[in-house]
Design a binder for this molecule. Structure first.
Ligand code: AMP
Length: 195
């Protein structure tokens, strides 16, 4: 984990998320700050996004947010963070978050979180990057997607067995330090995708 300097956290914007996920978001924000890892995220003060960023700030961390003008007008941004960038579109927001980060960590979330995960996962599958993707499967929240449905896609030959290596699943925030690291080499997956 020592050499990683910035991590993008994708997570839900719902304020009504169960307490166990809110606690995980707080623990992750604190962990990143204590390890001097910059938090990159969607710039919101809502839901788990608000909690992870607040915890990181309270622990002395650096927090960078990217938010669209549209969302800023609708729900406001998290004004207390170190850097809040207002961008033109959702596409630009995701691109800027991607570029600013050396790895991705996924907490529970909804459709927006799914969109963000699948984008970085499909880009990795195509060999466009080799940044680490860590899914925090607290309470089995992501198992229907990344265990059950992923195997269903493999069983039907839409996804390869080795695509399970695109991401790492952990069950708690405590496991993050041991598995967060730079990729060892750039894996050009796409070249032999269906070879
Ligand atoms: P959600 O998981 O739906 O609570 O959303 C989490 C984050 O994803 C928030 O920053 C949302 O602004 C963002 N988001 C929501 N819908 C989309 C979408 N269709 N495409 C990209 N990002 C989205």
């Amino acid at each position: 984990m020592d050499s990683i300097r910035s991590v993008c956290v994708y997570c839900g914007s719902s304020n009504r998320a169960p307490e166990i996920y809110k606690q995980a978001a707080a623990d992750l924000g604190t962990l990143l700050a204590k390890n001097k890892i910059r938090l990159v995220y969607g710039g919101s003060k809502m839901g788990l996004m608000g909690i992870v960023s607040k915890a990181a700030l309270e622990a002395g961390g650096h927090v960078t947010g990217f938010m669209t003008q549209f969302l800023y007008g609708y729900e406001g941004g998290h004004e207390d963070i170190t850097e809040l960038h207002i961008v033109e579109s959702m596409h630009e927001r995701k691109q800027r978050m991607f570029e600013a980060s050396e790895a991705f960590i996924i907490l529970p979330g909804g459709l927006g979180t799914l969109d963000e995960i699948f984008e970085v996962m499909t880009w990795k599958q195509l060999g466009l990057h080799n940044k680490q993707i860590i899914i925090i499967d607290i309470n089995g929240y992501w198992s229907p997607v990344f265990t059950n449905f992923f195997h269903h896609m493999i069983d039907n030959n839409f996804v390869r067995q080795e695509d399970q290596n695109l991401f790492t699943i952990v069950r708690s925030i405590h496991e993050v330090p041991d598995c967060l690291h730079h990729p060892k080499k750039h894996d050009k997956n796409f070249v032999a995708k269906w070879g």
